[in-house]
Design a protein. Structure first.
Length: 256
């Protein structure tokens, strides 16, 4: 859409305008850097959880701060990724992977939540969280051919899933990190997940839509993430409470 004005000028034979635009369009724009890759760089986040019940009542709980430490790069699920170890209380609890290809920043996102009182694990998928050069983008479009929900005494359920995630920019915003104001680009990731659960011979669609907001800063990466709690109500299925979370960068050190 950004090219409409240039195409119109060319069609009208406005040579001077076309020459100027062509010169600008052939000048490469160096993308920002949103995934620090030098081993030893670290990021300390303050975290909160939004615990909700089937009625929509939500409790805000402070969670221990985590320290994310970059260890280096490796190929993961077909992408060259930056590996980081996440520590809580000095103990390693998880590993994260992030990547930047040109202007696109992605993360290997675990797709885990509860359905019918039982955990559902759809695995990990690369999700495009940010595109510096686009106002909107496809974050993920994929399918999960089959999965099983073990609901304990209630039995097991099988199904499949469709994933359609999209991203869009919301505008610029200033975020304060350790007393310093940092310019960020605020983006919204909409996660549309449709579960097709087998009840006898029939597949019942269970649509779930979650919304995450990220704030990205050049030369740092994402400095804040928020996903509100939500209760998904589907006719014929018990309410599905999905907890929310918030993570804010408190301080960091990027090794040059």
């Amino acid at each position: 859409m950004k090219r409409i004005a240039i195409i119109t000028a060319a069609a009208l034979g406005l040579g001077l305008g076309l020459s100027s635009c062509a010169t600008e369009s052939t000048t490469p724009v160096e993308p920002g850097k949103y995934v620090p890759a030098t081993a030893g760089s670290y990021f300390i986040h303050g975290n909160r959880a939004f615990d909700t019940d089937a009625g929509g009542a939500t409790d805000t709980v402070d969670v221990l701060s985590d320290s994310t430490v970059v260890t280096g790069t490796k190929t993961v699920e077909g992408r060259s990724a930056v590996e980081s170890i996440i520590y809580v209380g000095g103990f390693p609890i998880d590993t994260s992977y992030d990547a930047q290809q040109g202007s696109v920043v992605s993360t290997l996102l675990p797709l885990e939540f509860d359905v019918l009182g039982a955990p559902v694990d759809l695995g990990k998928k690369w999700v495009n969280l940010y595109d510096e050069n686009s106002s909107s983008w496809t974050a993920l479009r994929d399918t999960i051919p089959t999965f099983t929900i073990d609901a304990g005494p209630s039995g097991s359920y099988t199904g499949s899933a469709g994933l359609d995630f999209t991203g869009k920019k919301l505008g610029t915003e200033t975020v304060t990190i350790n007393g310093v104001s940092v310019a960020t680009q605020k983006v919204e990731i909409t996660l549309n997940i449709t579960l097709y659960l087998m009840f006898g011979p029939q597949a019942v669609p269970v649509p779930i839509q979650l919304v995450r907001t990220y704030w990205f800063a050049n030369n740092i990466g994402w400095v804040k993430m928020m996903q509100p709690a939500k209760v998904v109500n589907i006719m014929g299925i018990p309410p599905l409470p999905i907890d929310g979370a918030e993570s804010t960068l408190l301080r960091y050190n990027i090794v040059k």
